[in-house]
Each structure stands twice: as C-alpha cells, then as structure tokens.
Design a protein around this ligand. Structure first.
Ligand code: MTE
Length: 316
C-alpha cells in the first residue's frame, strides 16, 4: 500500500527475507509458504458458521480456494502493523464480544445493532470470491455472509442517501498501530449506494465455514470482490448513509494513488505497481507464472453496467 519509509521494514528487505527463507525451505524439501512460518493457523479452531452455497451469479468457485494458512497468515490490517505477518501475530488482542454496529445518517431506521441480531438478518451463504490487492497479489476465499443489501433494505435509506460509509473499530488499547502516522484513524471506506446494494457486495461474518479469524476482520467486514482489497473494510462498527461522497482512509493518505472507486482495472496502473498481472498466493514457487488481471477482477458481466458512461481512468 503506501508505506512510509520511517515506519516499516523496507519492502525490498522484506522480500529478500522471504526469498532467503524460501530458498532455505526448498533446500530442505518442504513446500510450505515462507510467511506462514510461526503463524500457521489451522482450520477447526474457531466456531463453525452454518451456511448454504450461494446462488448469486458470480459467487461460485471459478478458481481453487487459497490455503487457509495463506488467507490467515498474509494480511493487510494496519491497525495491527504494516508487515503482512503482523495481523496474524498481533490481532489476538482484538475483543470481538460484545460487538455492535451503529447505523447512522440518511435512513428511516437508524440505530445500534447487536452483532447477533445482524447475523440473524439474512441467510448465511458461502461465496467464493477472488480478492485482488493493489500491491499485485491475489487470493481466492470462500466467505460466509449475506448481501449487504439485506441490511440496507431493512434500515430504509432516504431518497437523499447517495453513498455509504464504513467505519472500522479504532481502539488504541487493543489495536497497537492505531495512532501511527500511516493512516488517519478510524479506517474508513465508502461505496456509492448502488454499489453497496449490488448483490455481490457481501457482509461477511466468516470464511472457510467458520467465523472470521481476527486478522481477517472479525467479527464482520465488507467484501467487494470487483474492487481492490482495501475497499473491503474490516471489523466494522459504523455504517453511515450520506449525500456526499465520504472520505476514505487510503484516498486521504495518498489521493493520487488511491481513488474512491478503486475498481480492479488492468488497463490503469497504480503509479508504483502495474495492475496488468497478479501473483496468486500459494503459486509463488520459483517457477510460478503471474496471472493476467481481469477487468473488474473477473466480475465484469455482473458489475460493468454500474459504470456505464464513466471514464474509469479519471474515476480510478
Ligand atoms: N480494514 C481495516 N480496518 N484496516 C486495514 O488495514 N486493509 C485493507 C482491507 N481492509 C485494511 C482493511 C486491505 S489493504 C486489504 S488488501 C484487505 O483488507 C485484506 O484483507 P485480508 O487480510 O482478509 O486478505
């Protein structure tokens, strides 16, 4: 993302460390992914979350899901540190019970929801989505949750509501990097109301059939599969309906690098990283090929009509 040199291990150093480790591992005859060392997390440790396969077009498996160890050991969650292994190491301090979500702004029914009531609002489905990070890697994750639209309809947005803002928890007592100069806290993200209402936009409570691990944004997060990963805010405590386009954490940190829309677009490069291809986690042996990045991350058929007539180079 947009690391400030003074605050984190330089990327090249981290990559070198990873490569050195990988050589060691290959030499030792194992195929474990290097970043999982010491953080290995197994399925079956968290409560299961009952669900059905999703019928929503685009939510079925096209690619093989990533290994649970990769999805839970290589994360961005800056409240817990800037290295990819920090969230798995540090997020155990996050307190997820009790948890409430405030619905605010331009709705007929604002109010505070207990997590349990929110979870009971819709039928839990498994959705297998690609997640593409702007840094150039991707994963495939079987999420569990339901369309955010189910909640939006329940709270009845007013006619004047045009955008939805998502606010993550910012608790310096349990999140050691809240307060660092990296980003403005709390972490915020936003969608246009029609994007938020799209059936693919997921309110996720679980992954791999279990509740979300803390490093992946427990107890609830957003997943917007056609946008870069940073749009998918974790550990949400507030959802606000607004008339004006809300500010977002990454756009505030580096507006020339991160726009409001952030649709995955192989034709528009980030100033520092090409978006034309990606590295799928788990496929990064020495001979692994990069995959071509698809427009809208492969969800073009489902979502391109949201942007008819828009210049996607300008609205990046
Ligand atoms: N949400 C919060 N609150 N804080 C963050 O730092 N990082 C984002 C997004 N949501 C982030 C966040 C980024 S940059 C990415 S790529 C995804 O979470 C990563 O999700 P994952 O760790 O489940 O793969």
């Amino acid at each position: 993302m947009h690391p400030q040199a003074s605050e984190i291990t330089p990327r090249a150093l981290v990559e070198n460390r990873r490569q050195a480790l990988q050589h060691l591992l290959l030499g030792a005859g194992t195929l474990a992914t290097p970043w999982a060392i010491g953080q290995t997390q197994a399925l079956g440790k968290l409560p299961a979350l009952a669900h059905k396969p999703s019928q929503v077009p685009g939510a079925q498996a096209l690619d093989k899901p990533s290994a649970y160890q990769d999805a839970t050991g290589y994360n961005n969650f800056y409240e817990f540190g800037t290295d990819k292994s920090d969230p798995a190491a540090n997020a155990h301090t996050l307190k997820t019970t009790p948890w409430t979500v405030d619905i605010e702004g331009l709705v007929k029914k604002p109010g505070r929801w207990a997590l349990e009531d929110l979870m009971a609002l819709g039928a839990m489905e498994e959705r297998i989505y690609r997640l593409r990070c702007v840094e150039g890697w991707s994963m495939v994750i079987p999420w569990v949750g339901f369309s955010l639209a189910e909640l939006i309809r329940k709270v009845e947005p007013l006619g004047s509501a045009k955008f939805v803002e998502f606010v993550s928890l910012a608790d310096p007592k349990t999140m050691p990097f809240v307060g660092s100069r990296m980003l403005q806290w709390p972490y915020t993200e936003g969608l246009r109301l029609d994007e938020a209402l799209h059936p693919l936009t997921l309110l996720a409570f679980g992954m791999y059939g279990e509740v979300l691990p803390k490093q992946n944004g427990a107890p609830l997060r957003l997943v917007v599969p056609w946008k870069y990963g940073f749009k998918s805010a974790k550990s949400i405590v507030k959802i606000r309906f607004t008339e004006k386009q809300p500010a977002t954490a990454w756009n505030q940190a580096a507006p020339q690098e991160y726009g409001f829309y952030s649709n995955v677009n192989p034709a528009v490069d980030h100033p520092r990283w090409s978006q034309a291809s990606e590295r799928r986690l788990g496929e990064d042996g020495l001979l692994a090929k990069r995959r071509k990045t698809l427009p809208f991350n492969g969800y073009e058929a489902q979502v391109a009509s949201l942007y008819t007539g828009m210049d996607l180079k300008k609205y990046y």
